[in-house]
Design a protein around this ligand. Structure first.
Ligand code: GTP
Ligand code: MG
Length: 151
């Protein structure tokens, strides 16, 4: 089953939005398969955001990501990569629709509270960067037969 990497950034953690954000993924029917609270080093933040290394905000972004605890998670479900991004909303919270996490809970692009992998390749790389294989769980949730309608 498809998996994606989702992280609540230091602003989301400090603002007490962990339960609110997790609830949105849970209620949709997605399954949490890994979770930990970590303070990434600046070097680690640079690895995570390496695709953006030529952008003017790169340094500030990496400083920010490493400024406090980040809640790193892996969520599993059909279409979770794409739909996770939909739950999160547009990068700039000013352009995110109401009803999305960023649309409802953030205002500026530099403090948009959450990260989500943007495609299958990125998801695989980010899960491997943030988690050791033994930190990823494999289990059947009781909900699955009700969420997907299979026996
Ligand atoms: P992530 O899920 O965090 O990767 O966001 P995204 O995929 O919606 O956007 P992108 O990967 O392009 O940018 C990564 C992060 O850089 C964003 O979430 C923002 O926090 C930050 N960012 C993007 N564009 C800007 C910008 O124009 N200015 C500033 N200050 N930060 C930006
Ligand atoms: Mg991105």
């Amino acid at each position: 089953m498809e998996r994606t990497f989702i992280a609540i950034k230091p602003d989301g953690v400090q603002r007490g939005l962990i339960s609110e954000i997790i609830a949105r993924f849970e209620r949709k029917g997605f399954k949490l398969v890994a979770i930990k609270l970590v303070v990434p080093s600046k070097a680690f933040a640079r690895k995570h955001y390496h695709d953006l290394k030529d952008r003017p905000f790169f340094n500030g972004l990496c400083n920010f990501l490493s400024s406090g605890p980040v809640l790193a998670m892996v969520w599993e479900g059909e279409g979770v990569i794409k739909y996770g991004r939909k739950l999160i909303g547009a990068t700039d919270p000013f352009k995110s629709e109401p009803g999305t996490i960023r649309g409802d809970l953030a205002i500026v692009v530099g403090r948009n509270i959450i990260h989500g992998s943007d495609g299958p390749e990125t998801a695989k790389n980010e899960i491997n960067l943030w988690f050791k294989p033994e930190e990823l769980t494999n289990y059947t949730s009781n909900q699955e037969k009700w969420v997907y309608g299979v026996n």
